[in-house]
Design a protein around this ligand. Structure first.
Ligand SMILES: NC(=O)c1ccc[n+]([C@@H]2O[C@H](COP(=O)([O-])OP(=O)(O)OC[C@H]3O[C@@H](n4cnc5c(N)ncnc54)[C@H](O)[C@@H]3O)[C@@H](O)[C@H]2O)c1
Length: 365
């Protein structure tokens, strides 16, 4: 049984279904006439683990991770679409993590100036964040996400059952993203994520010490996680509806991304793990400037700690400043930094690069 959300913007309308992906996708594709063919994009890990469920449709398999999110891979897909005679009436469906959904959205937005697009996010991070909101991109060797568009997909199907095959680091990344949404939204979501993080940490300590995240196979925890995914995805959809083109409120979703993007490049961390370290940093910097009371900082930090990822990083202050100096959010010698004053109290403020550098020099998590 699927539950549905509608994300409507000036640019389009996207239906987001929560439920078992195979039957929902099957229903959507069964009604398409032969003149509106489908091509599935996936990566080799997702294909190996879940490909049998989607074997009814032609599929092009990308390399996993950031290697699948390049102009060269986009060109490979354009050529495959051309060779198979696809046109504007076709539908491209990306089944995978954020790398696949980003590439799929980019190709669907650009091939013949736009064809249909559906996304089935298979990582927790992509279910909560990457697949929602229409942003897509490919990386160049110069920087990540340098070329892209904002265009809403026609539909998204969010099925938390995919999370059961995720490796530890991908579950941690996704939980970090959930904590980010808890900090942004505050209220009930913040307390439910905090309680979930605490239960998970307890389950990991007491029942599954050898393989802590096996705790998620416990039905009650998995059910609670599915509800949190639904809630966080709904929060993001509401922000995107209010500010599709990141003129205001949507910018706050970059919480944790200033340091996070730098660490992705300098330490080779995945997006999700780098953002967790960036979130810890945002809490420390907000406390340092007196925006965030110590007790609130400690509670938010303990939710982050339940991911099992610590706050440490080794990149020197100057390297970080060089990297964030090239960041898209930079303006002149300052950049927009997203600060936290408490759960649900997040704001963006310009920070001079030299002041950030001075704090980074003293910051030893
Ligand atoms: N467009 C946006 O708004 C937005 C937002 C956040 C992140 N992103 C992008 O998303 C990407 C990160 O997404 P991600 O964390 O999903 O990474 P990813 O897509 O690289 O997937 C991580 C790994 O998990 C594997 N995997 C995927 N689903 C699996 C499953 N069900 N079981 C086992 N393994 C599985 C993948 O093969 C890959 O090795 C980055 O490129 C980032 O820039 C985009």
């Amino acid at each position: 049984m699927s539950d549905r959300l509608e994300l409507t913007t000036a640019g389009g309308r996207c239906l987001i279904d929560f439920g078992a992906a195979r039957p929902v996708l099957g229903e959507r594709l069964a009604v398409r006439p032969a003149s509106q063919p489908v091509l599935i994009l996936s990566d080799s890990n997702v294909q190996r683990l879940h490909g049998a469920a989607f074997a009814d449709w032609p599929c092009l398999v990308l390399p996993p991770g950031e290697a699948g999110k390049t102009l060269a891979q986009a060109e490979r897909v354009y050529r495959a679409l051309y060779a198979a005679g696809h046109d504007k009436r076709s539908l491209l469906v990306g089944i995978g993590g954020g790398a696949v959904t980003d590439l799929c959205g980019f190709v669907a937005a650009t091939y013949q100036r736009g064809l249909g697009c559906g996304l089935v996010p298979t990582t927790l991070l992509a279910q909560v964040d990457a697949a929602i909101g229409g942003k897509n991109a490919v990386n160049l060797d110069l920087a990540k996400n340098l070329v892209g568009t904002i265009r809403q997909p026609d539909f998204i199907i969010i099925d938390p059952a995919f999370n059961r095959t995720l490796p530890l680091a991908e579950l941690q990344s996704g939980l970090g993203e959930l904590v980010k949404y808890a900090i942004l939204a505050g209220g009930g979501l913040a307390s439910r994520v905090e309680a979930f993080a605490a239960s998970l940490a307890t389950a990991a300590r007491t029942q599954h010490s050898a393989q802590p995240w096996a705790a998620l196979a416990d039905e009650p925890l998995a059910t609670r996680l599915a509800a949190l995914v639904r809630e966080a995805a709904g929060y993001k959809a509401a922000v995107v509806m209010a500010d599709e083109h990141e003129q205001g409120r949507r910018r706050l979703l970059n919480l944790g991304h200033t340091l996070g993007h730098a660490l992705e490049l300098s330490e080779g961390l995945s997006h999700g793990l780098a953002v967790i370290k960036g979130l810890y940093f945002s809490l420390r910097y907000s406390s340092h400037l007196g925006f965030l009371p110590p007790e609130a900082a400690a509670r938010l930090e303990s939710s982050l700690a339940a991911t099992g990822v610590d706050a440490s990083y080794s990149t020197p202050a100057d390297t970080i400043c060089d990297l964030v100096g090239h960041d898209k959010k930079k303006a002149g010698h300052s950049l927009d930094f997203v600060f936290v004053a408490g759960p649900g109290q997040v704001f963006s403020q310009a920070v001079e690069l030299d002041r950030l550098r001075a704090f980074l020099r003293s910051d030893r998590p």
